[in-house]
Design a protein around this ligand. Structure first.
Ligand code: SF4
Length: 312
């Protein structure tokens, strides 16, 4: 049994289906990269797992199991307990995740005071420890500073410290380095990798950046138009993609055409107008996910693409 199992998750935004059957899993201690361009549904997937979808988006089907328990059917109180304590999230924009009027120490310690009943002093002490763990220099002094006194990279470290406060088993990081410059990006990715190893925590890293995937991921789920189109071990996938979209991403050349609007998805396989393998069946029949032994792809011709040297 995986730690987190998302099965056939469907989310609608009014009449528009934004996730049309997302299935993925996360094992203890591993890093899963969820890769996709904007609008592919990767952030919505994370929000649905966390139970923080922005209305009017609602889950209309599927399940999200954490240690075998379906989070979607749990009472809100129980779900809130799991959120934060078991599964925590870090966002792209650390500034908006932090409150400008409280010191970072107060904010890191807040969950510990509320959920673990620590005193103010104990919570502050723990906040210093957490800031040390995310390698913020001079944590003992800086714990009394406000978010605007930190650089972008240091602020992201503060929000990671907040997420780690309750020692979660799963950390979901949604484009945690997109707003940062390249050097700081690499430092934050290294930090996430180190924390994952030190804590044997599972990491779900949402990104649009193949370089980020190559740097940190064990496995990858590639999303396109509200579906996971391919899931594989990173080395397998880089060596031989089984989905034409992944193959096109790896080739690095611009993919002809534009990503489809979720309001008006192409019939059959949503990738067919851009796919160089497309055949008549692709225009009418949505492909199911093909099991390729430890990896999978949602394509009528996944087995052919997998062995096609031109796909690499
Ligand atoms: Fe291309 Fe057809 Fe596969 Fe879709 S199902 S990715 S259109 S070959």
């Amino acid at each position: 049994m995986s730690l987190l199992d998302v099965t056939d998750l469907r989310v609608a935004f009014g009449p528009t289906t934004v996730l049309s059957g997302v299935s993925l899993h996360l094992d203890p201690g591993e890093t899963l990269a969820v890769l996709g361009e904007s609008g592919s549904g990767k952030t919505v997937t994370a929000q649905a797992v966390m139970g923080i979808l922005d209305p009017p988006a609602v889950v209309v089907g599927g399940c999200v199991r954490y240690r075998g328990q379906d989070l979607l059917t749990l009472p809100e109180r129980e779900r809130r307990r799991i959120r934060g304590r078991e599964i925590a999230m870090v966002f792209q924009d650390a500034l908006s995740a932090l409150n400008p009027v409280f010191t970072v120490g107060y904010q890191i310690g807040e969950t510990l005071r509320i959920r673990d009943g620590l005193s103010r002093r104990e919570a502050l002490h723990r906040a210093v420890e957490l800031m040390d763990q995310v390698r913020i220099p001079a944590a003992r002094q800086r714990v009394h500073e406000y978010p605007h006194q930190f650089s972008g990279g240091m602020r992201q470290r503060v929000s990671i410290a907040m997420a780690l406060a309750l020692d979660p088993a799963v950390l979901i990081a949604d484009e945690p380095t997109t707003a940062l410059d390249v050097t700081v990006q690499a430092q934050i990715l290294d930090l996430l990798g180190e924390l994952r190893r030190e804590r044997t925590m599972a990491l779900m890293l949402i990104t649009h950046d193949l370089g980020v995937v190559a740097q940190v991921a064990d496995r990858i789920a590639v999303m396109y138009a509200g579906r996971v189109v391919e899931q594989a071990d990173v080395h397998q996938l880089f060596r031989a993609p089984a989905h034409p979209y992944t193959a096109a991403l790896l080739r690095g050349a611009a993919i002809s055409g534009t990503p489809p609007s979720l309001r008006d998805l192409p019939s059959g396989c949503a990738f067919h107008p851009r796919c160089r393998y497309a055949a008549a069946v692709c225009r009418t029949v949505a492909p199911s996910t093909v099991d390729l032994g430890g990896r999978s792809a949602a394509c009528h011709f996944a087995r052919e693409v997998l062995v096609d040297p031109a796909a690499r």
